[in-house]
Design a protein around this ligand. Structure first.
Ligand code: CA
Length: 767
């Protein structure tokens, strides 16, 4: 069938007919449409319906040919797209309708050859059987060059084992482009996307990574949650020449590094980082350019900016607003390095140029960060010029860790604080900020500092595809309908089944007994409307499964009907690996008689599960034969832990045999911000004395990074045991009253620091 190039209408007619014919005469669907243009080319467009057809066609494709995958689900399809296109005649693999071709199950895509283009496919409902979903190579010998992957979606395509490592996109070869793709919801371990420089054929690659939507990547709770990495430490003194431009990073919270740059001569231009925890880290490699990027922290915890390491880095015309990150995760961090150190350590900062950046309402600028015996080399031959620093609350943003005479500070304006004393080159001026049309805040005219007026901000809608919706906000508790339930067999279960995420199940006054597990795979609130008493007959009342979160409000729960076995719990996570992080809130609720047999826990977690947040507020717990919070399932010391934030406010605990919390984060890597623990305004009486309480403590906090224990009362409790392991853990124990209770035991294990805990204004210590 010969058609002219202009015969687009005819093309679509042909496709429609092929749809009608589908499933009748297979051979007729193997549709070759030849296109003869004005030139000599004779190209073909193939619509393929199944994997066998694809395998046949791809062997014979010529420059200019297009393979079209028919709409529908393609299960367990490991696509090898191999061919030799030409500059103006690439070979294309695309979808019959963009967004209507789904690669599911154990599918993946490898490209190998020259001038290949792939577009329009969606990976979901499955995970790659290999280490990569998309690889720009067939194997070590056959790479892809001059090729493009565009408008591809990878949506929650995760290995169900949270700690099993795989990668969504691996770029090899040279001159490849990855653009307008949508990558959302990477939840298992392994960087979302990486550029590899492992052979000469992949170095000096001139890849372009642009206009992609990097959607939410939740907190992993261990190392290996980076969103983009370029290079590895092994090849870090090699130049990559990769451009990362106009991408949108939306809540990329996986770990400390959003982007880990580990090679030379890359450019990061005009990207937007929206409420993402961590930093763009110049971890290895020299002579990189970071220009025109915008960071909006929205005042969220651990939102950071740019971390500068190595030689020849230029940090120019970047905008940071509302970044709350501390230490290495600050808005702007210039590290100390190891003089003449090995390739995997921090190289000292030399010839850095940090010019015309705006830091607005951002908490921390750290200079000489990481200074210690090994990292003894401060920055040298560097410039810090015409930056604007403004904080509405007048906060002093600078922390200086070493001699800063190697940085030439000049013409910087401080809008709200007096000049620091470590250097000249800062002037305090009266600054009035107003928000310009591009969304950024600028000072009054005539002030030639900070980012330029014409900086163009990459917005969400400029990235990804226009046919696949981008991630919305997290489902809040009590954000949906109210479903009223009265006591009676099976009524709670029926309500849970029909409820939508965010709904509230309002329990009318009365007594309820659960004869089955209440399994939650969506966020739900259970709220008492009047005096509500709940008992349960199985080993747990609530089980959180993937997607589930639980809020309890105004409910009384008794353990009296639980089976007479050890190890009951009120709430537990799935015993299997969970990809989705969950939340638990217990508010105005009361727990009694949790002592049927031993080791009855209130919340019990399993390995490979992770809570973003556990909150206990205005609640009481009495006669518990286990722990309130058992968050110690990760004992392998791999730096993995079970919950990011645990907060206990204004609650009371009486006669608990084990701990209030056993919170464990082993390992010595510094890749995570958490765990965090806070306990305030609470009373604890007779806690920890059970003979099975191996920790011999009222609470054990091992490897917790941020601890605040303030304004509590401890009567006849065992001591709290706090082990500082890595990083710079911050522990404060203040304004507590201890009566008949032993003093806290804080031990510095691996941090190499002296005692760092602040223990002050407490009453009754030393008894
Ligand atoms: Ca890392």
């Amino acid at each position: 069938m010969a058609l002219s190039r202009r015969g687009n209408a005819l093309f679509s007619t042909v496709f429609q007919r092929s749809n009608l014919l589908r499933g009748t005469v297979l051979a007729s669907l193997l549709l070759g449409v030849s296109c003869q243009g004005q030139g000599e080319e004779n190209t073909t467009r193939y619509l393929v319906e199944n994997q066998a057809e694809y395998a046949d066609i791809v062997k014979n494709v010529k420059p200019g040919d297009t393979i079209v995958l028919a709409d529908g689900n393609w299960e367990d399809f490991e696509i090898l797209f191999k061919g030799e296109g030409e500059v103006d005649n690439p070979i294309t693999l695309t979808a019959q309708t963009k967004g209507q071709v789904f690669l599911t199950g154990q599918s993946n895509l490898r490209l190998a050859g020259e001038h290949l283009v792939v577009s329009g496919l969606v990976f979901k409902d499955g995970y790659t059987p290999t280490k990569e979903v998309i690889a720009f190579r067939q194997n070590k010998e056959n790479l892809a060059n001059n090729s493009r992957v565009t408008e591809i979606v990878i949506d929650n395509y995760n290995n169900p084992e949270r700690q099993e490592v795989d990668f969504w996109v691996m770029m090899y070869g040279q001159n490849n482009r990855f653009d307008h793709n949508h990558l959302e919801g990477k939840r298992n371990k392994g960087v979302t996307m990486a550029v590899r420089l492992n052979t000469e054929e992949s170095q000096k690659n001139y890849h372009r990574i642009d206009h992609n939507y990097f959607g939410p990547r939740p907190i992993l709770g261990s190392n290996g949650g980076e969103t983009l990495r370029i290079g590895t430490s092994h090849y870090s003194r090699t130049d990559s020449f990769t451009t990362v431009e106009n991408n949108y990073f939306d809540r990329c919270d996986g770990e400390l590094e959003i982007i880990s740059n580990k090679s030379g001569r890359n450019e990061f231009l005009g990207n937007t980082f929206y409420q993402s925890r961590g930093t763009l880290t110049m971890r290895h490699g020299n002579n990189n350019l970071v220009e025109g990027n915008v960071f909006f922290g929205n005042d969220a915890d651990h939102t950071g900016g740019i971390r500068v390491i190595n030689a020849g880095q230029t940090i120019r015309n970047n905008y940071m607003e509302g970044l709350k990150g501390t230490r290495f995760g600050g808005a702007l961090v210039v590290m100390n390095g190891v003089p003449n150190g090995p390739i995997n350590r921090y190289d000292p900062v030399k010839n850095a140029s940090i010019v015309n950046n705006s830091l607005i309402n951002s908490d921390n600028i750290q200079l000489g960060a990481g200074s210690d015996e090994e990292r003894s080399g401060p920055p040298s031959d560097s410039h810090f010029v015409s930056n604007l620093i403004y904080n509405a609350d007048g906060r002093d943003v600078f922390t200086i860790y070493d001699d800063m005479s190697g940085i030439d500070f000049k013409d910087n304006v401080l809008g709200s604080m007096d000049p620091p004393d470590f250097a000249k080159g800062f002037e305090r001026k009266s600054v009035t900020l107003s928000r310009a049309e591009n969304g950024l805040m600028y000072p009054q005219s005539g002030m030639d500092v900070g980012v330029s007026a014409d900086i163009s901000v990459t917005t969400k809608d400029m990235t990804g595809t226009d046919w696949y919706p981008k991630a919305g906000p997290l489902t809040e508790f009590q954000s949906g309908n109210v479903i009223e339930v009265t006591p009676g067999e099976g009524k709670i279960f029926a309500a849970v089944k029909t409820a939508q995420p965010g709904d509230t199940i309002l329990l009318g006054a009365g007594d309820y007994t659960a004869s089955k597990f209440i399994k939650l795979d969506k966020p739900l609130t259970f709220k008492g409307g009047g005096e509500v008493n709940v008992a349960f007959e199985r080993s747990t009342l609530f089980e959180i499964e993937d997607g589930g979160s639980l809020q309890l409000v105004d409910i009384k729960i008794s353990g009296r009907s639980a089976p007479d076995n050890a190890g009951n719990s009120v709430i537990r996570t799935s015993p299997y690996s969970m990809l989705e992080n969950y939340r638990i809130e217990i508010i105005n609720s009361h727990f009694t008689q949790m002592d049927i047999n031993h080791t009855f826990n209130i919340i019990n977690t399993s390995k490979n599960t992770f809570a973003d947040n556990i909150l206990i507020k205005n609640s009481s717990f009495s006669d518990v034969s286990g722990s309130i919070l058992r968050l110690n399932a990760e004992t392998d010391d791999y730096g993995i832990y079970n919950a990011e934030y645990v907060t206990i406010q204004d609650s009371s605990f009486k006669n608990v045999k084990h701990t209030i919390v056993d919170y464990y984060r082993g390992g010595t890597d510094e890749s995570t911000f958490g765990p965090h623990f806070e306990m305030t305004g609470s009373t604890l009486s007779k806690i920890g004395s059970g003979k099975r309480n191996k920790s011999k403590s009222v609470m054990r906090l091992h490897g917790v990074q941020v601890t605040n224990i303030s304004g509590n009362r401890y009567d006849e409790t065992l001591p709290m045991v706090i082990n500082h392991t890595v990083g710079e853990p911050k522990t404060q124990i203040t304004k507590n009253v201890f009566s008949g209770s032993r003093a806290p035991i804080v031990t510095e294990l691996n941090s190499g620091l002296g005692p760092t805990a602040i223990i002050e204004n407490n009453v009754g210590l030393g008894q």
